[in-house]
Design a protein around this ligand. Structure first.
Ligand code: ZN
Length: 574
């Protein structure tokens, strides 16, 4: 209960005092509240790691829930601090921010006060916070639980007895090598979503309206504004990135035309988007993967390699595949006074090496950011995938150097599909969200058919004539959790990937001069906003030319892929 005692003491000491604090006193207060939040985040972080390592352990679930409730209690006690800070007149905030005594907490004060115009009174904030537990949060949970527990019936080709599957299992089968199995998965997904369509449409409308109401009460002008504020980005920058993505949709069509040729189909539909081209041949054992990643990192930056090596030496990677372990991979970095950890199930495939490189990219970022205090430790979402994509690309080039021609084609296809799913698909999703929010605000409740039409139009625009999205696909917006959980989250993916690709191009141009600046960006963690961080590497996020660099990089991957495919065909024909 140390944290609760500290929180009460903090409230006692500072309530109704925040506006009269000097810069030095404010620093003292922020470091105290920061220490409380850091303390409570540890058991929570521990619980989620334990849960990932062994999801069958029921005690961990209960422990996690308990810590979550504890966190809510503490935020209510401590909420006054932010609100009082936000109530300080702008002129006084400018003075404080200009005071060198504020040091690294300048960013905390600036980002907190950027929300000032949109905050309500403490009483109103508490009401919103409390009713959200039975309002939007309850609806989100209901949505999650409904989808997670819904039984999808899969009829394997040639059978009329269904297999009962989870949504995730059905989605995985959309990547099956057998087209008939993919069609069966698409049928199963569509039928399952149809069974609960009333709920999904009602829920989504409700979330759209919930956001509209909160935005109106807080005084936001347009639906994505609150997300931009949280991401510390201007509308102009985000709109520029999305516009360029839409202009470059032709790259997607170019890729899928080649994919159709490789698969030997007359036409690609929604069930062929994730069809595997061919299995990679080579296997890479754990020691070789370690060697490969550290060498690739080291050729760019010895410091980066040294930081990554620490994960192997100190046993900060859980790479063993075993029953009960959660799927997927991630790098967890909770507080700067504890070390980051990487989590994956390594199965010796080329793809596993890429995953390791990706997570260790995050790992190096986290390791360097430990120079910051807790409030400045984590960067904003749009920069979250910068170091991972960068690290992955370094290793990709190394991996390709030594691969067979066939593996090269497969590696390039994987890389391109991954990039496109991140850059273009998320941009199309962002457009869907924008239009859905606008339509709900101007026209009222949306029907399934109306929402389907928006989804179909935006997704089809991305594929052009290369993939014909069938009727089934129109309702597939309804299982995307981001739309319900975190409106407008998706554009950060496009943003981050393009940023990393364009920066990678700069790194190659500038050679050794780039390395120290890049490491500086990572070391700064979340102590600066994205524009300030990118200024360290001489990047202007408002520059169209900079973003075009990201598309040029994708185009280079695409041309190399086409060249390799032609070479492979010539070789197999001979
Ligand atoms: Zn990542």
């Amino acid at each position: 209960m140390a944290a609760e005692t500290a929180a009460s003491a903090f409230a006692e000491r500072y309530r109704e005092q925040v506006s009269s604090l000097s810069a030095t006193e404010l620093v003292q207060a922020i470091s105290e509240i920061e220490a409380i939040y850091q303390t409570v985040s540890k058991p929570m972080g521990y619980a989620s790691l334990r849960f990932a390592a062994d999801s069958a352990d029921a005690a961990v679930g209960a422990f996690m829930q308990k810590q979550q409730e504890r966190g809510t209690g503490l935020s209510v006690t401590l909420m006054f601090f932010e609100l009082e800070l936000q109530a300080i007149p702008a002129a006084r905030i400018s003075e404080l921010v200009a005071d060198p005594a504020l040091g690294a907490y300048r960013h905390y004060v600036q980002t907190t006060c950027a929300m000032s115009p949109y905050r309500l009174t403490e009483k109103e904030e508490i009401i919103l916070e409390e009713v959200a537990n039975t309002g939007s949060r309850a609806w989100t949970r209901f949505y999650d639980e409904t989808l997670a527990n819904h039984e999808f019936k899969l009829y394997r080709p040639g059978t009329d007895e269904p297999e009962i599957m989870t949504e995730q299992e059905v989605l995985d089968l959309l990547r099956d090598g057998d087209r008939a199995v993919r069609q069966a998965a698409a049928d199963s997904l569509t039928a399952g979503l149809t069974e609960i369509e009333r709920l999904l449409v009602f829920n989504f409308n409700n979330m759209l309206q919930d956001k509209a109401v909160e935005d109106r009460l807080r005084g936001f002008d347009y639906p994505e504004q609150s997300r931009h504020l949280a991401n510390e980005l201007d509308r102009e920058i985000v709109d520029l990135v999305i516009r360029l993505c839409r202009e470059q949709y032709g790259l997607v069509a170019r890729y899928y035309h080649v994919k159709r040729e490789i698969l030997g189909y007359d036409e690609l539909t929604h069930i062929d988007r994730y069809a595997p081209l061919f299995e990679s041949e080579e296997l890479i054992d754990w020691d070789s993967a370690r060697e490969l990643v550290l060498t690739a990192f080291g050729q760019f930056s010895p410091e980066m390699s040294r930081r990554a090596e620490e994960f192997f030496v100190s046993n900060w990677i859980d790479a063993e595949a075993r029953p009960g372990k959660r799927g997927g991979a991630f790098c967890s970095y909770n507080t700067p006074d504890t070390h980051p950890v990487v989590f994956q199930s390594y199965l010796n495939k080329l793809n596993d090496v890429m995953t390791l490189a990706h997570e260790l990219g995050h790992g190096v970022h986290a390791s360097l950011s430990r120079a910051q205090t807790y409030f400045n430790y984590h960067g904003t979402l749009p920069l979250a995938e910068l170091a991972s994509t960068f690290g992955e690309t370094l290793v990709f080039e190394k991996l390709v150097e030594q691969a067979s021609l066939k593996d090269k084609v497969a590696l390039y296809a994987d890389k391109i599909e991954g990039m496109f799913a991140t850059v273009f698909r998320q941009a199309a999703m962002f457009r869907f969200e924008q239009r859905a929010h606008e339509a709900r605000r101007s026209e009222g409740e949306q029907t399934l058919a109306q929402l389907n039409a928006i989804w179909h139009e935006e997704q089809q625009a991305m594929f052009g004539d290369s993939v014909k999205l069938g009727e089934q696909h129109a309702r597939w917006w309804s299982y995307i959790p981001h739309f319900v959980h975190t409106p407008f989250y998706v554009y950060a993916y496009s943003f981050g990937e393009l940023l990393a690709l364009s920066l990678y191009g700069k790194a190659k141009e500038q050679g050794a001069a780039f390395e120290p600046k890049y490491l500086e960006v990572l070391t700064r963690g979340g102590s600066l906003n994205p524009e300030q961080l990118m200024a360290i590497v001489d990047v202007d996020l408002r520059s169209e030319e900079f973003w075009r660099g990201g598309f040029r990089a994708m185009e280079t991957f695409m041309s190399e892929f086409e060249r390799l495919w032609a070479e492979y065909q010539a070789q197999t024909a001979a």
